[in-house]
Design a protein around this ligand. Structure first.
Ligand code: SAH
Length: 262
């Protein structure tokens, strides 16, 4: 029996979309969260809502690794676009992740995780390649996935897939001043969110592969608080489900046993 993979969603709507495709899911309660253990596309999976922010995400990741013995963690959710050309409706697949609000200078260089000598955590290349490939394929026809109405409403003409640096911090970045500062300080950052780099650090400690894919919901500017819930429900959760399913379908098939919580 192969160890399960974890799919971590940042939003309720995404998790419910995933669970609807997991007919055999069983709920296991740990650390005040519901971990859903079952199968998706024949693969043993643990699906869970991380909640928002770095600490919540780190706790979720630790429980997935310690209690469920997952062999990889994939994080899905939404993010604010930072780099020029990273627009609403695009998908970012992380190659590296950094905590943009971590600063123990002058004792340690800005962004460096103290005593680790590291500020950028690498995402798993093989999973990232596979996610980017399925994202390219899926985004080729957004109308097929989302319907014409959603495509028109959110202006998703030709959504793109980007790969590169994803930055995380305990702030919802929703002013142009703040996103300008991030662009200045971290010119190669593609997008900003609140969990990914924390999970990347935990997975680094455990030596377990990690990947993150985020749908761009806003541009981290003064309009960032727009209609978040509708975007997540109508666009991001459908992208996440389609991409997670397509990725799982690329993995070698397992024996079909239900993964057990220990
Ligand atoms: N209004 C939303 C707020 C969610 S917080 C709600 O009520 O649910 C934002 C979530 O989306 C976090 O999980 C974060 O990872 C991501 N996110 C999207 N855009 C972001 C931005 N501009 N800055 C920081 N995080 C962002």
């Amino acid at each position: 029996m192969s160890a399960p993979v974890a799919i971590v969603a940042a939003m309720h709507e995404e998790l419910s979309a995933l669970l609807a495709q997991m007919p055999d899911e069983q709920r296991v309660r740990a650390a005040g969260r519901d971990f859903w253990v079952g199968h998706l596309h024949g693969q043993p999976v643990v699906a869970v809502l991380s909640r928002i922010g770095k600490v919540a995400a780190a706790v979720t990741a630790t429980v997935l690794l310690e209690r469920f013995g997952v062999r990889a963690i994939v994080f899905t959710g939404v993010a604010g676009g930072l780099a020029p050309g990273v627009n609403v409706g695009d998908v970012v697949v992380a190659t590296q992740l950094l905590q943009h609000d971590l600063d123990a200078s002058p004792i340690f260089p800005k962004y460096e995780v103290p005593l680790m000598g590291l500020s950028r955590f690498a995402a798993d290349t093989a999973i990232g390649d596979a996610l980017a490939a399925v994202a390219e394929e899926t985004l080729r026809d957004p109308v097929a996935l989302l319907g014409q109405e959603a495509v028109d409403e959110f202006g998703l003409r030709s959504p793109k897939v980007h790969r590169g640096l994803l930055v995380s911090g305990d702030r919802f970045v929703s002013t142009a001043a703040e996103s300008d500062a991030l662009r200045r300080n971290l010119p190669d950052a593609l997008a900003v969110e609140m969990e990914g780099a924390a999970v990347a650090q935990v997975c680094h400690d455990y030596g377990v592969p990690f990947a993150a894919m985020r749908t761009i919901s806003d541009r981290a500017d003064d309009a960032a608080h727009g209609d978040f819930a509708r975007f997540v429900a109508e666009v991001a959760s459908r992208y996440s489900l389609a991409l997670a399913s397509a990725w799982l379908a690329t993995l070698p098939s397992s024996s079909g046993e239900t993964p057990a919580a220990t």
